[in-house]
Design a protein around this ligand. Structure first.
Ligand code: ADE
Ligand code: ZN
Length: 322
């Protein structure tokens, strides 16, 4: 039903897109017991904290540059297959450091995956380096310093993910200052697990052009107006929000209300197999659960291209393809 539409994704965590079968093959290859996290085709978690634990455990079975090239290529091929023309992947070079691979080798694997997928399918991709709140402000500053100094043209943005209940945004302000000074696009997870205050903090402290999720802004009418006035783009991931119980069902999910209030919104899949979703399914949900027309969905895709962290020539080319 939405298969004919061109698609764009601004919010997907690379390790969060790991297909369960690939994760299982990787675990076998390295003799890692993943059974606490993966049962058949299902990642096992029961709340936000255990989801993050499962996510970190799954990440551990991707160990080498080749593993990262394969993971990246596999996901981008899947996106291209469903008509996706542009993808921003949220990546953690810090994770490369933690597993002893090193940030540069991690990134070079990811970039190789992008090159391979682009050569086959034409899909355009960029990388958003993320810090994880639950590894503390110092590690987030390290991630920002890496992103700022890597000189990698595919790294065009900086994000903050992880346990939203840990610390306040101000604790991570320095990392965003480093990324801003380096000219990177800024986005931040907020208004997902925590309420409207976290979105206000993000706007006050980070001044990002985009917010990951941000959907709980709906709890504060003044904030919704502020987002609309600023033109801040929300990277909305409805399937993720329902899986993580941010809202009890699509009927109470605020995507439509936010759009109608003039907030700029796009749709993404976040960590698709963890949440039994895919970008394909998110586009279908936009039509079937939210009742958006093809034109309204294209409008959100266009917003995604307008808000993408890319150079203007690429943006123009993407708009032309849409
Ligand atoms: N890391 C991976 N997925 C995430 C999410 N939905 N929220 C915060 N951190 C994440
Ligand atoms: Zn996310």
């Amino acid at each position: 039903m939405t298969s004919h539409l061109k698609k764009v994704e601004l919010h997907c965590h690379l390790e969060g897109a790991a297909p369960p079968r690939l994760t299982l093959a990787q675990a076998r290859k390295y003799n890692i017991d993943i059974s606490a996290c993966l049962d058949g085709d299902t990642y096992i978690w029961h709340d936000f904290a255990s989801f993050l634990q499962c996510y970190d455990k799954v990440s551990e079975v991707y160990k080498t540059e080749d593993d990262y090239a394969l993971l990246t290529e596999t996901y981008l091929d899947e996106l291209a297959d469903i008509g996706t023309i542009y993808s921003e992947l949220i990546v953690s070079p810090d994770h490369g450091k933690r597993i002893g691979l090193g940030a540069d080798a991690y990134m070079s694997g990811v970039c190789e995956g992008i090159r391979r997928a682009k050569a086959k399918t034409g899909i355009e991709a960029r990388l958003i380096v993320t810090g994880e709140r639950h590894f503390g402000p110092e590690s987030v500053i390290g991630a920002a310093e890496y992103a700022a100094s890597a000189g990698n043209p595919l790294i065009t943005g900086f994000n903050l993910a992880g346990e939203e209940r840990m610390g306040r945004v101000a604790d991570y302000a320095r990392a965003f200052d480093i990324a801003r000074d380096a000219g990177l696009g800024l986005t931040i997870h907020a208004g997902e697990v925590c309420g409207a205050f976290s979105v206000i903090d993000a706007l006050d402290v980070v001044r990002p052009s985009r917010i990951g999720h941000g959907v709980r802004a709906i709890e504060d009418a003044d904030l919704v107006r502020r987002l609309a006035d600023l033109g801040t783009v929300l990277e909305v991931c409805p399937g993720s929000n329902i899986a993580l119980d941010v809202f009890p069902g699509f009927q109470s999910h605020p995507l439509r209300k936010l759009k109608e209030a003039g907030v700029r919104v796009t749709i993404s899949s976040d960590d698709p197999p963890f949440f039994h979703t895919s970008l394909k399914r998110e586009y279908e949900i936009a039509a079937t659960e939210f009742g958006f027309s093809d034109a309204e969905i294209d409008d959100m895709t266009r917003t995604g291209i307008e808000a993408a962290f890319v150079d203007e020539a690429t943006r123009k080319a993407l708009l032309a393809r849409l």
